[in-house]
Design a binder for this molecule. Structure first.
Ligand SMILES: *Cc1c(COP(=O)(O)O)cnc(C)c1O
Length: 497
């Protein structure tokens, strides 16, 4: 098999192996790593439909991570997708009403981030070995709530690594916060910043681009990498579950071979839906990729108008993991639709950081036809949770609800009857307060764990271990800082200077 290399979205001439790209996270020119081409699946859809999740994950990842041996990759996969997941299927596809919910929240931290972050630490340590790295790897992560915990859980006590997570102090749910600040592991650090997610993400990106700091840390035996979805080691494992979803539909007779599916993805940083786009380009039959936003509807506006404009109020919603105005992974799509023109892409991204917006020319806008964007407000989110509970006895989380409501709008508007998969990105137990308030306002009065027990009574779904774990857990991380103090905070953790 020929080697697949990675290049940057912002300049020509960078060429990395997969393991190097995973280790580095972000390209030195500020761009994101992308494969030189998107590989084609080399086994038939029929054959894939007879495989389990781990086997499918291997068939996808072997095409992207070509410098890993079969043995290395299979070891990473087996260590990731094991009994940390509470179901052997790993990502069950559940039909409710006229949609298929792809439940991506059965991992250790009950959000879809586990799908990639349970394997990333293994990919990272394998990559370090392959490249003869002796520094400790410091994972820096900005989180809107779910990445943080999933990354902490994945990297806790992994030898040769440290992890520092920055979250917006007042921008995550109580359960999300409790999950993070109770994280065990001597190599874990959690910091609340006085700012929103975009502040945290911008701060982390600036640190990655700080060459002086890089040198200083190297001398002290450290190097940074990223567990955010800008890391190609996050994106590729996510492609696997779209392949899995399609071949499961095929195995169930819901589609015939070659017939397309739609996907609806509750979107924040654009990583999850981009993985669906990669799956489509690998040969999975897809009709529409429906991008669902909450009231931070930058992407909705973008798909309608061709202008990406982050100059607007940042709204805190009941789907905090989608409260994002700068969707980092969109850059990989923009790069593709420029015809892989790094210079043109860089111009758009420079405009985004200097004036907060850019506009695609008409001919580029036309290349977005695979996608469509919709959004839902807080009322619509609550309404679909209540309605689906009453009709289907199925309780979904607020993020999934944004997607479900968007799907309802999409059907009403288009009449499209293509079988549709909704990416179900979190357990309702992670957002219990908002979920229960949506079902009935009377629950507003109760305290968090009483509500969790009520949710259990209503849904009959077992309370996940991740929730039981934090009931009585001790708060271990109390650091907070201004966004200007992020570098100093990291240095203090690492004992540098
Ligand atoms: C991260 C997250 C999202 C958004 O995913 P992106 O890949 O950033 O678009 C949606 N829902 C939940 C529950 C999440 O944790």
């Amino acid at each position: 098999m020929s080697e697949l290399y990675y290049k940057s979205t912002r300049s020509e001439g960078i060429k990395m192996t997969a393991s190097q790209a995973i280790l580095q996270g972000l390209s030195k020119d500020g761009g994101l790593f992308v494969p030189e081409s998107i590989p084609q699946l080399d086994v038939s859809l029929q054959d894939l439909s007879r495989m389990n999740y781990q086997q499918i994950a291997y068939e996808v990842m072997k095409l992207f991570f070509t410098d890993f041996t079969e043995e290395e990759l299979k070891k990473c996969i087996d260590r990731a997708y094991d009994s940390k997941f509470d179901t052997k299927e790993i990502a069950p596809l559940v039909k409710k009403g006229d949609a298929y919910f792809l439940e991506l929240f059965h991992g250790a931290t009950i959000a879809f981030k586990d799908m990639a972050l349970s394997i990333l630490p293994h990919l990272m340590t394998t990559s370090a070995k392959k490249n003869g790295i002796t520094n400790d790897i410091v994972i820096l992560t900005a989180t809107s709530g779910d990445t943080g915990k999933a990354a902490l859980a994945g990297f806790a006590d992994v030898e040769g690594t440290r992890i520092v997570v920055f979250y917006p102090k007042d921008g995550v749910s109580p359960v999300q916060k409790k999950q993070m600040v109770t994280q065990r592991g001597a190599n874990t650090h959690v910091v609340g910043i006085y700012g929103n997610f975009d502040d945290a993400q911008t701060g982390v990106k600036m640190i990655f681009n700080d060459r002086e700091l890089e040198k200083e840390l190297d001398e002290a035996g450290f190097q940074f990498s990223s567990a955010n979805s800008i890391n190609i080691g996050r994106l590729v494992p996510q492609v696997a579950y779209y392949v899995y979803a399609y071949v499961t539909l095929l195995a169930n007779g819901a589609v015939k071979e070659g017939e397309p599916m739609n996907v609806v993805v509750p979107t924040g940083n654009f990583g999850n839906i981009l993985a669906a786009y990669y799956a489509k380009n690998m040969g999975i039959p897809m009709n529409k990729l429906i991008c669902a936003s909450n009231e931070n509807k930058v992407l909705f506006d973008f798909f309608r108008t061709g202008t990406y404009d982050r100059n607007r109020e940042f709204i805190l919603t009941s789907s905090p993991s989608m409260d994002i105005l700068i969707s980092s992974n969109l850059e990989r799509l923009i790069y593709l639709i420029t015809g892989e023109n790094a210079e043109q892409n860089k111009k758009f991204m420079d405009d985004l950081s200097s004036v907060g917006k850019y506009t695609l020319p008409e001919e580029m806008k036309a290349k977005l036809a695979d996608f469509c964007g919709y959004y839902t407000d807080e009322e619509g989110t609550a309404e679909i949770i209540r309605e689906t509970y009453e009709k289907e006895n199925y309780i979904m989380d607020t993020h999934t609800a944004v997607a479900a409501h968007v799907y309802k709008q999409y059907c009403e508007e288009t009449g499209d009857t293509t079988p549709t998969v909704i990416a179900s990105t979190a357990s309702p137990y992670k957002f219990t307060r908002s979920v229960m308030a949506a079902i009935d306002a009377k629950y507003n009065e109760e305290e968090d764990f009483a509500l969790i027990d009520k949710l259990h009574e209503l849904s009959g779904v077992a309370i996940p271990q991740a929730i039981e774990d934090i009931r009585s857990a001790e708060v271990l991380h109390k650091t907070e800082c201004e966004k200007e103090e992020m570098v100093d905070t990291i240095k203090k953790f690492l004992g540098v200077k």
